[in-house]
Design a protein around this ligand. Structure first.
Ligand code: NAD
Length: 433
């Protein structure tokens, strides 16, 4: 097996190697950058996923049939990027931990929870040791666990900044749930802390790794819809328990907007590839509803983009579950309904076919968007690349949400500064799961 040298590591923002490129992970918690800095010996490179590939003979004619898809090879468990999951709530228990079992380059390595009994049960379920369970007070002891490379923060929004900064300070990379934080100042502090520690920071915008959304991005880039004109979207769910953190301003940052309206806002940006320069908005907060004492029930906002493209979006905590968007241009439209969900997504495409206004439903294997998202982070750690959805992506959404709230408050349109430079890292690889 050839030795990997420092010069073989692609520079930041390089394309993430696909399954055909050699990958390796240094088995040290300190990570690649520190090894380069200290000139320490390279850990022996493990067999790459590619070397584990198994090829099966085809039965069907590949000229007319979709190629049979044997899943792309994965890394052996010891060679994977290890994650400490911080917060064992609904998202961690129901989506992230099961998705880690489906990953190719990632594995769960530790749990951080305020409830030791629960964490011990979960640890047993996922094959972890008792010593892999931490709490919020002894969080810094994760530094001594070389199996943990990335800290995945799945706490209430108002706690994201503290745990991102603490993770960076002990030398860990950070994957942080959306919304990134509850203020642009906190987002900026998270970016600075990770930059200072030379650690990666990715915001978990799972829709940007979801295959149907990615198909629409490509349709737009290929001009299938023509120059984009409108994006229309809604994201609603009727919330219950008035005491939950999602309805507390300090922990949530706001109501429907940062929790679910953010999906529509971020989709308008990543599907179009454009950045809005102005927001107008209104919010509602019924006085007599005990759920909405601190945060808005619903938000309506319009974003204007330099090309003339507009996004008209709403989100509500008071309407039955409803999630959809439609993206329109002169040559066609693409629609997802439901959109933004974990599964059951549907994509339809409308365009002129043989002189007729035709609507096509595009059905593809859904695949696990959480596993794709987490593996993207792992590949960025392995290959030293900037994540496709780095901290700057979350910061810009936060700035836009602050403009939306300001417009709702003042009744005037609010200008939004364009982010400078290129901030998104390479497109995620499209492996077969
Ligand atoms: P949850 O309430 O189910 O879990 C939150 C966890 O944080 C719990 O384990 C809780 O014990 C812990 N916690 C620690 N300190 C707390 C405190 N002071 N108050 C309340 N809880 C505290 O929430 P969730 O639905 O798992 O959401 C967690 C994060 O994930 C949020 O940032 C949310 O926006 C995000 N999220 C993302 C998606 C997605 O699809 N990407 C979906 C749901 C939630």
């Amino acid at each position: 097996m050839p030795n990997i040298k420092p010069e073989d590591i692609p520079a930041d923002n390089a394309r993430i190697p696909g399954p055909t490129r050699r990958i390796f992970l240094q088995r040290s918690a300190v990570g690649l950058a520190a090894a380069v800095a200290t000139g320490s010996a390279w850990a022996e490179a493990p067999a790459s996923a590619t070397e584990n590939a198994v090829k099966l003979p085809l039965i069907q004619d590949p000229k007319t049939e979709q190629a049979e898809e044997t899943p792309d090879p994965n890394s052996s468990p010891d060679d994977r990027v290890g994650y400490a999951i911080v917060g064992l709530g609904r998202l961690s228990m129901d989506q992230i931990l099961p998705a880690l079992s489906a990953c190719k380059y990632s594995r769960v390595a530790a749990l951080v929870s305020g409830d030791r009994d629960k964490a011990r049960k979960v640890a047993r379920q996922y094959g972890l040791r008792e010593t892999d369970v931490f709490d919020y007070q002894n969080f810094e002891r994760l530094a001594d666990n070389p199996r943990v490379h990335v800290v995945y923060i799945v706490l209430p929004n108002g706690m994201h900044k503290e745990y991102t900064v603490r993770a960076a300070q002990i030398g860990k990379h950070v994957l942080c749930e959306k919304p990134m934080a509850t203020s642009a100042a906190d987002c900026q502090a998270m970016i600075s802390a990770c930059r200072q520690a030379n650690r990666k920071l990715m915001i978990a915008y799972r829709s940007q790794y979801e295959p149907m959304d990615r198909m629409i991005v490509k349709m737009v880039q290929q001009g299938k819809l023509g120059p984009l004109r409108e994006f229309i979207a809604g994201n609603s769910q009727n919330v219950g328990d008035p005491s939950q953190w999602r309805l507390k301003k300090a922990l949530a940052g706001g109501g429907a907007l940062p929790d679910i309206g953010l999906y529509a806002l971020n989709a308008a940006r990543f599907l179009s590839g454009e950045e809005p320069f102005e927001a107008t908005a209104t919010t509602t907060r019924p006085d007599d509803d005990p759920r909405f004492k601190e945060v808005e029930e619903s938000v309506h906002f319009v974003l204007r983009f330099p090309s003339g493209f507009t996004a008209t979006c709403m989100a509500s905590y008071g309407s039955h579950e409803s999630r959809f968007f439609r993206l329109q241009g002169p040559q066609g439209w693409a629609e997802m309904d439901p959109a933004f969900g974990y599964n059951g997504l549907r994509l339809r495409y409308g365009a002129l076919v043989d002189g007729k206004n035709a609507v096509t439903e595009i059905t593809i294997d859904p695949n696990n968007q959480f596993a794709r998202e987490i593996d993207h982070m792992s590949q960025c750690v392995i290959s030293n690349a900037i994540p496709h959805t780095p901290g700057e992506e979350g910061l810009q959404d936060q700035r836009i949400m602050e403009a939306i709230y300001e417009s709702a408050h003042t009744g005037a349109a609010v200008k939004i500064a364009r982010p400078t430079g290129v901030w998104r890292g390479p497109e995620p690889s499209e492996e077969t799961f």
